[in-house]
Design a protein around this ligand. Sequence first.
Ligand code: AVJ
Length: 323
Amino acid sequence: AAASAATVVHALGDDAPRTLADDVLDGLTAPFKELPPKHLYDDHGSRLFAEICELPEYYPTRTERQILVERSGELADLTGASELVELGAGYATKTRVLLDALDAAGSLRRYVPFDVSEPPIREAGDEIAARYGIAVHGIVGDFERDLGLIPGAGGPRLLAILGGTLGNLPPGSRRHFLRRLAGLLDDDGWLLIGVDLVKDPAVLERAYNDAAGVTSQFNRNVLRVVNRELDADFPVDEYEHVAFFDREHEWIDIRLRATRDHVVTIGALDLAVPFRAREELRTEISSKFTRRRLEDDLAAAGLRLERLLTDGEDLFGLALCRP
Ligand code: AVJ
């Protein structure tokens, strides 16, 4: 039945601070300090990321959108999908293109947006339910943990993870995660993955070191999140944003570098963490792909690459895969 408002299911609730506390405790006491990138996306971080997507240096978002604009009809015809499940949906701006195509093909019945942040799911979900007259089942959760909340497929499913989100996972976790995604698909299901492609390191590095400094703000925001949520005292302005292309691993390595010796107190954990001047804390990796590497990862997860749709300059790819 057509619904005019989105249903939203929550997996995070009271658990979210616990996850952050565990990650901070593990990450800041490890031999090389590290925090997982999902904590970058509080409300402020989500807004900063939306700003990044509009930056002239940050080509992935507009390139992916352009590929979707050009090839969504083909994706709709190939998949005949009756439902779109989208991991890391955010405001679903690019998704509209895909929804339009599935709607035009006449197969669309349900949209299942999944994200760590609730406001985008609710806003975009309500609007999409009303506009397409389809059921919208939103899920607020952590997709490394809460995939079980995704309902069973009610017809050919298109499971999408766009924007290069998959690239945040290190190679081993990525294969493991792909295997779990394969488990959400029946034989008639499809997986659509947005992958940033290996290219001139100068172009890559520029995308993560924008002239306006928005990426630096976004990166350092994770320290504000820890300060607020765990009663910590990171001197946010005394950390520098660092992002470089690691040619061996083919990923952008994103870090925060302390500019002086200091000790950070994390009240909620009763923890004191010393930082040396120039010591770095990794906040994100963003893997870049070649077709070969993608195929190897997919094979390890029991998936195969049906099409790799790219833009004219091979900046970004949309990989359509099947079990
Ligand atoms: C959301 C993970 C795809 O890796 O390009 C952008 C995040 N970090 N600028 C990316 C990000 C810094 C983005 N992903």
